[in-house]
Design a protein around this ligand. Sequence first.
Ligand code: GRF
Length: 220
Amino acid sequence: MPGPFRIAVLASGRGSNLQALIDAIASGALDAQIVGVFSDKPEALALQRAHAAAIPIHAIKPRRFESRAAFDEHLFTCIDELTPDLVVCAGYMRLISPRAVEARRGRLINVHPSLLPAFKGLRTHARAIAAGASVHGASVHYVTPDLDGGPVIAQCELPVHADDDADSLARRVLSREHPLLIATLGLIAAGRIALVDGAVQLDGVPLPIPLQLPANNVFA
Ligand code: GRF
């Protein structure tokens, strides 16, 4: 009998996605184990949340390394020692070098606050409003060397309100982003989602479009 699905988390900041993950595992909503939380920012609130949940934490300062590649080599060597089934970037704000990404194709995912391929990069909520978008949301995708450009697994959509500003929109997106991440991880942990020949498969069948998170937050 294999043990629980092993997740390593990379986080740089507040860690609300990490907290959602911790809570989902604690409540039994997600059958998985967080084997370690890694951060490039020793002061990240995410590390405090992990510590409070008795999860091993690892803060590694990029400045100690001569290059991005050298930092990633060390970081992922530490991660690999924990033999995770999946690495989740949850608010991890550093670019990952192509070599480290390529070595983990299909085992590295990211949560991004926009309906990719729209609004890759930063300040997504302000840019969505400035562009007059009527819908916005979040995506969970496989990480590839193309920043925020890897195959999208699942998304949550919500309307942009006429009186939204970037903060109000960010709050509403975040409240859907958390269940999106948990529900997507549930599918991956159950072995139902895989990256095959560059395309996302659900139950062995390529997904024509990303899954859309239903209102009840459960994928069928
Ligand atoms: C989230 O909006 C996530 O999509 C983005 O950064 C934010 C991190 O939030 N990549 P938190 O640190 O999980 O609270």
